[in-house]
Design a binder for this molecule. Structure first.
Ligand SMILES: [Fe+2]
Ligand SMILES: [Fe+2]
Length: 135
């Protein structure tokens, strides 16, 4: 796989991280439950850090991060619904990263993506625990 193809896949990942950063940042602003809001805020910062890691891989290979975003389902009234959307976002990210790890044969990129997957799995677990506590 050449650098252009790697950059294309990394930009798909970058888009997901940008969307997660925006979703969690906004949701942290409007969620009343203090614990859930603080958790979501902290995880938003993790997602932004993932953006930095991916942007570094992209620019190092001659690309530019796309800054493109898709549709984001921001929190409305229901905090349980918001947590479900956040859990779904993590699952989609994990699946996309796993797919890219199978396709990309660049050791540095694969190392970073594996590290990110570990963090996304922790995020998903933490959101699930909060959702279960709400019953
Ligand atoms: Fe992330
Ligand atoms: Fe995450």
């Amino acid at each position: 796989m050449d650098n252009n193809e790697i950059i294309k896949l990394l930009n798909i990942d970058f888009k997901g991280e940008l969307e997660a950063t925006m979703l969690y940042t906004y949701n942290a602003f409007v969620i009343d439950d203090c614990e859930i809001s603080r958790l979501t805020e902290g995880i938003a910062a993790d997602e932004m850090r993932h953006m930095w890691w991916l942007a570094e891989l992209i620019t190092k290979r001659g690309g530019r991060p796309s800054m493109e975003i898709g549709k984001i389902e921001y929190m409305e009234e229901d905090v349980k619904r918001a947590l479900k959307v956040q859990i779904q976002k993590e699952t989609e990210g994990i699946e996309e990263y796993e797919k890219h790890i199978r396709l990309i044969d660049d050791e540095e990129v694969v190392g970073v993506l594996k590290h990110i997957i570990d963090e996304e799995k922790r995020h998903r677990k933490e959101f699930k625990e909060k959702l279960e506590k709400l019953g």
